[in-house]
Write a protein that binds this ligand. Structure first.
Ligand code: HEC
Length: 161
């Protein structure tokens, strides 16, 4: 009887420790550096809703039907012709693959890079583009969805509500 109880306790402990370690890892403000892929995705059938910072980042059905914000991100991507340098499928061309970049880039780093550019390295500043600055969150959501593999094709369409 005794051994059974302590066995159960040990088992419970074993389960608790990794969860606590994960929670701790996410606690500091620097946790923004953690790829948001660690945040929960709710999946039901062919629908994925991904959260970041406690808010819905995007919803995608069948890999290409996206919520209207994410759709606006795709529109900004097209309007700014980011694909000239990053490729039609974000796979990289003269600019790096954003599929890869968004796995490690934080949202803040993304926003700073897109706004300010990296002029000496060939990445333009988009500060003066209203289309880009007004849709920067949406652009991030779209590219993050591509990077996470939830948006399975670059050319998305708006989800019918
Ligand atoms: C004229 C070519 C060009 C265009 C157009 C362009 N980029 Fe870039 N971009 C680059 C280059 C080159 C780099 C790499 C800069 C470096 O080496 O740090 C880059 C870097 C980036 C990065 C950082 C990647 C990383 O791993 O750090 C992001 C994010 C990005 N671009 C997003 C965009 C978005 C969004 C658009 C459209 C609004 C866009 N780019 C349009 C050339 C371009």
């Amino acid at each position: 009887m005794r051994t059974m109880i302590s066995g159960a306790a040990a088992c419970a402990l074993w389960l608790v420790v990794p969860a606590a370690a994960v929670a701790q890892g996410m606690a500091p403000p620097g946790a923004a550096a953690q790829p948001s892929a660690t945040e929960a995705a709710q999946t039901s059938g062919n629908k994925v809703t991904r959260m970041e910072g406690g808010k819905v980042l995007y919803t995608v059905v069948d890999g290409y039907n996206v919520d209207s914000n994410t759709m606006n991100g795709f529109r900004a991507w097209r309007a700014a012709a980011c694909d000239r340098c990053h490729g039609a499928n974000q796979q990289g061309l003269v600019g790096p693959s954003l599929i890869e970049s968004l796995k490690t880039l934080t949202k803040d780093q993304f926003i700073t890079t897109v706004r300010e550019g990296r002029l000496e390295k060939g990445m333009p500043s988009w500060k003066s583009s209203k289309m880009v600055t007004q849709n920067i969150d949406n652009l991030y959501a779209y590219l993050k969805g591509r990077s996470n593999g939830d948006i399975t094709r670059a050319h998305v369409q708006e989800l019918k509500q």
